[in-house]
Every structure is written in structure tokens, then in C-alpha cells.
Design a protein around this ligand. Structure first.
Ligand SMILES: CC(C)(COP(=O)(O)OP(=O)(O)OC[C@H]1O[C@@H](n2cnc3c(N)ncnc32)[C@H](O)[C@@H]1OP(=O)(O)O)[C@@H](O)C(=O)NCCC(=O)NCCS
Length: 178
């Protein structure tokens, strides 16, 4: 982990750099996020996803309280920005991990690599003792990422609204302990 002049953390992995998102990321975020197969696995991403949606998201990130919420752009060594990862206050105020990758970048272990490194940062530098995550029951790939990075199923399955689906979906809750 390193901290550049603006104070935001940068996390390096063998293939990736997790860094604060910037305004110039908007076109790439919009291009990768405007995919129903990405958006429908998340709660908050709309579909279609426009450049304006990316710009609004980035403007909101800029106002985050870094003690409560942190968002990283996931930048690949040769591919540039491939997705996003964030720690957000969940419905009950407890911090939750979320992430997405653009579809061309699936299936290469990148989400696992990003999440594993982000969790080390969250435990060691952000001083979180536990974190939650939830994945839609029809998204086993995300469940696998969470299992591989040390999350355990709590047994709770809750209904969470998906903006892109326009409907709630059963969500399997998981917990990670530092
Ligand atoms: C979920 C997502 C982040 C996974 O990214 P990724 O880089 O492909 O993930 P990884 O390659 O690190 O790991 C995926 C794992 O899921 C497994 N997997 C993939 N499809 C699967 C399926 N249908 N059933 C079970 N496991 C599956 C892979 O085999 C891999 O596990 P392995 O390494 O043990 O073989 C990506 O598909 C994505 O962004 N999806 C849309 C948004 C999303 O789902 N975000 C998470 C919301 S909770």
C-alpha cells in the first residue's frame, strides 16, 4: 500500500493497481458498466448505464467520507481500468464490500486478486475488524470470489432490490473477520 499526495490509498497486486477513481475514468466506466450482465448482479447500477451515470457516480465518490466509505478503480497493468471495488455502509450501517468487472475481464482471477488485496488493506490500514458482503443467489461467481477471499456464509438470505432488474432478488449474506 502507498499513499500519494492526495492522501488516498493505492493498493498494488501482481497485475492490478487499486486507486482512487478520477473524473477522466468516466468514459471507460460507462463503456464497461453499460452491460446488463454486470448491472443485474448489483443492487445500485442502473441499466442502461450512461456517461452521465458514470459522472454522477464519480461526483458522489468525491464527497465520500473516507472513514466510512472508500471506492477504488481497479486498473490492470496492460488493460487500464477494468472495474471498480468499494467498501460502503450497508443498510444497517455496517461496512459492505462490493465490486464489478467489465465482462471482457471476467474469468482471469482478477476480482479475487483485487478483493484479496483490498481486504488486507481494510484490515491492516483501514482497521476494520469485520466486513459484510452479499451476492444475489443467482450469482455463484461472486460467491466463489467471496469464499476464496475468506468470507463465510452467515446463513441469512435477504431480499435486496436490484435497480437494473427493477425487482428484489434473494441475496446470500456473508461475513469476513480480520
Ligand atoms: C463476479 C465477478 C466480479 C467475478 O469476476 P472474475 O474476475 O471473473 O472472478 P474470478 O476469476 O476472480 O473468480 C471467479 C470464480 O467464480 C467461479 N465461477 C464462475 N462462474 C461460476 C458459476 N456459474 N458457478 C460457480 N462458480 C463460478 C470461477 O470458476 C472462479 O472460481 P475459481 O477460481 O475457484 O475457479 C464478475 O463476474 C462481475 O463483475 N460480475 C458482474 C458484477 C457482479 O457480480 N458483482 C458482484 C456483486 S456481489
Amino acid at each position: 500500500m502507498s499513499i500519494p499526495d492526495d492522501g488516498s490509498p493505492v493498493i498494488a497486486t501482481p497485475r492490478l493497481r487499486l486507486r482512487a477513481p478520477k473524473v477522466a475514468d468516466a468514459p471507460k466506466i460507462a463503456a464497461l458498466a453499460n452491460d446488463p450482465e454486470v448491472a443485474r448482479m448489483t443492487t445500485r447500477m442502473p441499466h442502461p448505464y450512461s456517461l452521465t451515470d458514470a459522472e454522477s457516480f464519480l461526483a458522489a465518490c468525491a464527497t465520500n467520507d473516507p472513514a466510512q466509505e472508500t471506492v477504488f478503480a481497479i486498473e490492470h497493468d496492460s488493460e487500464g481500468l477494468v472495474g471498480m471495488l468499494g467498501f460502503h455502509p450497508g443498510e444497517d450501517g455496517r461496512t459492505e464490500l462490493g465490486y464489478w468487472l467489465g465482462r471482457p475481464h471476467w474469468g482471469q482471477g482478477l476480482a479475487t486478486e483485487a478483493a484479496a488485496a483490498a481486504l488486507v488493506w481494510a484490515g491492516q490500514d483501514w482497521k476494520r475488524r469485520y466486513l459484510l458482503a452479499g451476492h444475489f443467489a443467482d450469482n455463484p461467481a461472486s460467491g466463489q470470489v467471496l469464499c476464496k477471499t475468506g468470507f463465510l456464509y452467515t446463513g441469512d438470505v435477504v431480499l435486496r432490490h436490484s435497480l437494473a432488474r427493477g425487482a428484489p432478488a434473494p441475496t446470500r449474506m456473508m461475513v469476513w473477520l480480520a
